[in-house]
Write a protein that binds this ligand. Structure first.
Ligand code: ATP
Length: 511
């Protein structure tokens, strides 16, 4: 645990030191769970967004994008159920005066049981070697069966209590399980209460006529209310999707995990409109599709897992999370939800307008069903950044900190370094820079010894360093150093663009 915490602290400080993420309004001591993206952070974020947009919108003939406003007519949130049901169950610890999400306390307890089971499985796998049958062991080893059963029972009971709004039972469960405040160990809990996560604001100048609005807590509703506009003007045929990326706001109860849980964050969502009855198929397909997208970045298959929901949101008939192995363990990175026709039907009812699709093949109108994929851009940023940050021991006994960002996402693709600040080398480096900057984000650096500049670029995540030396004057070749292998090759200046492009082109990653 301590090791995990250290790693996470390192991630946060590295993100600040190398110009990725700053606390918001830091000169005023910051604002809790709000962050600013710095000069490198904004590039990484843009690149992640672009990687998603390419894969989801531009590579699909039947998916288009929109950019809806953050402020929406307030009835939207009545219809969507957010005014009445976008709540999290909160619980306070009287001893520590800390506030927690009751469901998260219980889920973390269940996760510990899963980890205990996994430990037994790993031990047995080591003991039995190749002959080990994990499935059989899981279903027959009494200890493992016990842990897993207990975990399932706990989660099922919580799901039932939350669904029935039986908050007293949620508290009873916390007490029965002996769950203590993770910070202080105190078991002195208050009652569980519901807390609505939407931020309110006002539209209009005078107090009497001002209209109560909300900052959107998800981007999805901007898509639903535009469903017919897009379908008609884009002449879209079912099945088709509408995607968007944009800010969302949630007044989160507990926000202690850097950019994992923010109060202002960005989502990348796609709503896929389908024929009723086909939702199971599409749900499975989008689960598979989205996992593939994640795996294309090469951050290790073992770092992802699906978590199918027991506790379904009010709109869903199936839901699964893609969880990622963050520095603090496996947590939700993306949700895939089968949302039925809930949203469109609700908007029909509240607006009095028909939101139906005329299916020429079936010769009838219906309200389409929806499967959605929803990922937090900031969480994706954290996944990529934390996974890439590594300390390496080198053969010569020294060590280096390297940020092995997937090259396609790296903020800066190459640094151009004149070996010395004289003999015409800076001028040549500038020419290379002026040529490459049309295609890539590149930087020029002439300060300090070249070895130190390499280390600086390693830590900043730049995949290539291009060094201009005295031989360059003679034969127009430079050295190009690879961040990950630290290998250096001599290449022709005229080949640079192609070499970099091969490594960073979206096509070569997504394919
Ligand atoms: P959680 O259970 O972690 O609160 P959620 O299930 O409420 O998340 P969704 O409503 O499904 O999340 O939102 C879709 C995605 O938006 C999540 O998978 C996550 O990546 C992102 N997201 C949600 N809340 C936040 C937040 N407060 N900060 C950053 N990203 C968030």
């Amino acid at each position: 645990m301590a090791k995990q915490e250290d790693k996470f602290k390192k991630v946060i400080s590295h993100a600040k030191e190398y110009g990725y993420v700053f606390p918001s309004s830091e000169i005023y001591d910051g604002l809790s769970a709000v962050y600013d993206y710095a000069q490198n952070g904004v590039e990484l974020k843009n690149n992640i967004r672009q990687y998603w947009w390419k894969a989801m919108v531009q590579m699909h003939e039947n998916i288009v994008g929109i950019d809806a406003a953050i402020l929406m007519h307030p009835t939207t949130w009545k219809a969507s159920g957010h005014v009445d049901a976008f709540n999290d169950p909160l619980i306070d610890n009287k001893g520590s005066k800390k506030r927690y999400r009751a469901d998260v306390l219980i889920e973390d307890h269940a996760e510990k049981l899963l980890q205990k089971a996994q430990k037994e499985i790993n031990k047995a796998a080591k003991r039995f070697g190749d002959s080990f049958d994990e499935e059989q062991f899981k279903t027959t080893n009494p200890r493992v069966v016990g842990y897993l059963q207990k975990k399932d029972e706990i989660l099922a009971r919580m799901a039932k209590s939350l669904e029935n709004e039986d908050l007293a039972d949620v508290k009873a469960l916390i007490e029965e399980l002996g769950i203590a405040d993770p910070l202080t160990g105190s078991k002195n809990w208050t009652e569980v209460k519901q807390f609505n996560l939407m931020f309110g604001t006002k539209l209009g100048a005078s107090a009497e006529s001002a209209m109560d609005l909300y900052l959107r807590p998800e981007t999805a509703q901007g898509i639903f209310v535009n469903f017919l506009n897009v379908q008609k003007t884009g002449r879209m045929k079912i099945p088709f999707g509408i995607a968007q990326t944009g800010k969302a706001f949630r007044n989160e109860i507990v926000a202690r995990q850097f950019i994992f849980r923010m109060r202002e964050f960005e989502q990348m969502e796609m709503q896929f409109f389908i024929k009723p009855g086909t939702q199971k198929e599409w749900y499975e397909q989008w689960k598979e599709n989205r996992l593939k997208w994640h795996l294309s970045l090469g951050m290790g298959e073992e770092n992802y897992r699906f978590h199918d929901h027991d506790k379904l949101a009010h709109y869903a008939d199936a839901a699964s999370d893609i969880e990622f192995n963050f520095p603090f363990g496996f947590k939700e990175l993306e949700g895939i939800h089968s949302r039925t026709d809930f949203d469109l039907t609700q908007h029909e009812e509240f607006s009095g307008k028909k939101l139906q699709y005329f299916d020429h093949e079936e010769n009838k109108s219906y309200v389409p069903y929806v499967v959605e994929t929803s990922i937090g851009l900031d969480r994706m940023f954290l996944a990529v950044f934390s996974n890439s940050l590594q300390d390496e021991e080198l053969e010569n006994g020294t060590s280096r900190t390297v940020l092995k960002l997937p090259a396609v996402l790296a903020p800066t693709k190459a640094a151009i370094l004149p070996l010395v600040k004289k003999d015409g080398l800076p001028e040549i480096a500038r020419t290379i820079m002026d040529d490459l900057k049309w295609n890539f984000n590149v930087i020029y650096d002439e300060k300090d010894a070249v070895g130190r500049r390499y280390r600086r670029q390693d830590a900043a995540g730049t995949p290539f360093c291009i060094t201009v030396d005295h031989q360059t004057i003679e034969d127009s070749t430079v050295t190009i150093r690879d961040r990950d292998t630290m290998d250096q090759k001599r290449v022709k200046m005229t080949d640079l663009r192609q070499i970099i492009d091969d490594k960073v082109a979206i096509k070569n990653w997504l394919k």
